[in-house]
Design a protein around this ligand. Sequence first.
Ligand code: URA
Length: 203
Amino acid sequence: MIQLFTKFLKNWSRKMDKEKILEEIAEEIRRCEECKKNKFGLAVPGKGNANAKILFLGEAPGPQESKKGEPFIGPSGKFLDFLLDLAGIKREEVFITSPVKYYPGKRAPTEEEIRHGMLHTSKQIEAINPKLIVVLGNVALKALFPDKKLKISEIHGSVIKKDKRIYFLTFHPSAGRRFPQIKKKMVEDFKKLRKIKKVISLK
Ligand code: URA
């Protein structure tokens, strides 16, 4: 009984430490002039469980996210919720962020913006130390594997293992929401994710 309580206390204080570190990184992002350059609204550092075993990496916040400072709360977020449900994942269990931390407007983020955003994002990944990263689309793929010429359309539904972490590759929800063919593929991918989670004993 005492051992169980000690273990609980240890886990609890570790979670508190991680939450503190994540808040410090979020504050660093909110103050970062480079992140803000040529972009709009509030910073969206990311949100979720500091002890998450799974981290989702998107692209950049949209207009709705930039009003509230929270990731995936607009139309793509609704579609992501539908997909999470298929995979048997609750939002509160995972951490969700993007390599680019501000709304860039109606344009794709530049390579330099992605590279810069990853300086902050890598710290978030290090602090959380997730076992699995779900890579949502080509921008996230480029952010994590800048030296590889990979395309989500060619390798979605597969995994990459690197440095004790597993990366599951799929499309960005905004593509799945807009194109029925991609939606179909994402539905299959997230059903696969449900199985992968079990195999690597995340649940
Ligand atoms: N798309 C992203 O990649 N991130 C968000 O937070 C919202 C939409």
